[in-house]
Design a protein around this ligand. Structure first.
Ligand code: BGC
Length: 380
């Protein structure tokens, strides 16, 4: 981002962090970007803490975030004509985000994103029972997960937002008081970077991710089956009928899970395949082919807008979810109803159920250690 030469603009941006548009910049592009929701519909107090909207903006991107669940509410990206397109799904007001059964639109999920079998694991000989909220399992931290918490805003600038949530020892059944910080930052190369940090006072497990639902043709477009997807993964994690990994790491070669060359998401999604049957489409962890550090792992193209999104991450895995459980979701921005498979998620992560699968990369965090990881969604 260009932090503007004019310091008044930065002041203005922080002041309008509850406002409607991004800050000005040298090209003026962000000036003309109107956010697709009304801040007044998001301003309230939840659990005694103020909830607001924060808009970050630079030459190319405008992102609006609420500190309720540290959620991305909209992300506006220029299409091939330079016209801003909102590429993430979201609700038109905070009350819809707070509804039971809401699908984690744009949220930071934790303390453990994805599933833990039976909501139970043992650590250092102690057994922990979590809240069950997905049939027999715990999903995205349980009913009392991070996506429904009000995060404290630690810093808001024109192009970054630092949010903190402190989970109590025992909250949602997890051990350890966990201090989690998420930093959203617009990068100078058209990326939205999400940096995660956490520390604990007792041994615990952590797996934080963002649950944005993307449609690169624009939120509200009826399908993502026409998007082309490439994932740098030679293997994936097959699951059982409750979507818990079996523990096997299976090759993608010769299966509908082979996205090593770009393929339309819809090309094989309804193939006769037991794994696709369990997920009702794609809902699987891909074992990323990558060296350590922040690496490109996936690329998606929306054919109508020409928008291309690359995913870069430090994580070893990524859940590709093709919106199979979406069913005429009401309350969308701009009065959109979101249809079945009208969005996809690429949730960078450690593997699901790692606390019960010692052969998977460890998700254990101990006192004195720092959990740190970064993912970038980059556009062109
Ligand atoms: C899961 C899906 C689930 C979705 C919304 C994804 O991370 O893999 O199974 O339906 O989140 O909860």
């Amino acid at each position: 981002m260009k932090i503007n030469k004019h310091s008044w603009t930065i002041v203005a941006m922080v002041a309008i962090s509850t406002g409607t548009v991004g800050c000005s910049n040298s090209t003026g592009r962000a000036d003309s970007v109107q956010i697709p929701v009304s801040p007044a519909d998001f301003e309230t107090t939840v659990d005694g803490v103020p909830v607001k909207l924060y808009t970050l903006s630079n030459d190319e991107l405008t992102v609006t975030i609420t500190n309720y669940g540290a959620r991305i509410v909209s992300l506006q990206v220029p299409d091939r004509q330079g016209k801003p397109v909102d590429v993430v799904l979201g609700y038109r007001d905070l009350s819809h985000y707070r509804q039971e059964g809401e699908a984690y639109f744009g949220a930071i999920v934790g303390r453990y994103g994805n599933r833990i079998a039976g909501g139970r694991f043992s650590l250092d000989g102690q057994v922990y029972q979590l809240e069950l909220n997905d049939g027999p399992n715990t999903l995205h931290g349980g009913k009392n997960g991070f996506s429904g918490k009000v995060w404290e805003v630690q810093q808001a600038t024109a192009d970054s937002l630092v949010l903190r949530y402190i989970a109590d020892d025992g909250e949602a059944g997890f051990p350890g008081r966990l201090e989690a910080t998420v930093t959203y930052r617009l990068t100078t190369d058209n990326g939205l970077a999400i940096r995660y940090r956490a520390t604990t006072d007792k041994p615990t497990v952590v797996n934080l991710t963002n649950h944005a639902y993307f449609n690169l043709n624009g939120a509200g477009d009826p399908t993502i089956l026409d998007h082309t997807l490439m994932i740098h993964a030679d293997d994936y994690s097959p699951v059982n009928e409750t979507l818990i990994p079996t523990g096997e790491i299976a090759g993608v070669s010769g299966t509908p899970f082979d996205f090593r060359e770009p393929k339309a998401i819809g090309a094989r999604i309804d193939a006769a395949n037991e794994q696709l049957k369990y997920g009702q489409g794609y809902d699987h962890n891909f074992v990323l082919r990558k060296s350590p550090g922040l690496q490109p792992v996936a690329m998606v193209t929306g054919p109508k807008t020409g928008i291309v999104m690359e995913v870069l991450t430090e994580e070893p895995g990524m859940q590709f979810y093709s919106g199979n459980f979406m069913d005429e979701v009401q309350g969308g921005k701009g009065d959109h109803i979101y249809h079945h498979r009208s969005a996809f998620c690429l949730e960078t992560q450690h593997f699901p159920d790692s606390p019960n699968q010692p052969q998977f990369p460890s998700t254990v965090l101990r006192p004195g250690e720092v959990y740190q990881t970064e993912t970038v969604y980059r556009f062109r």
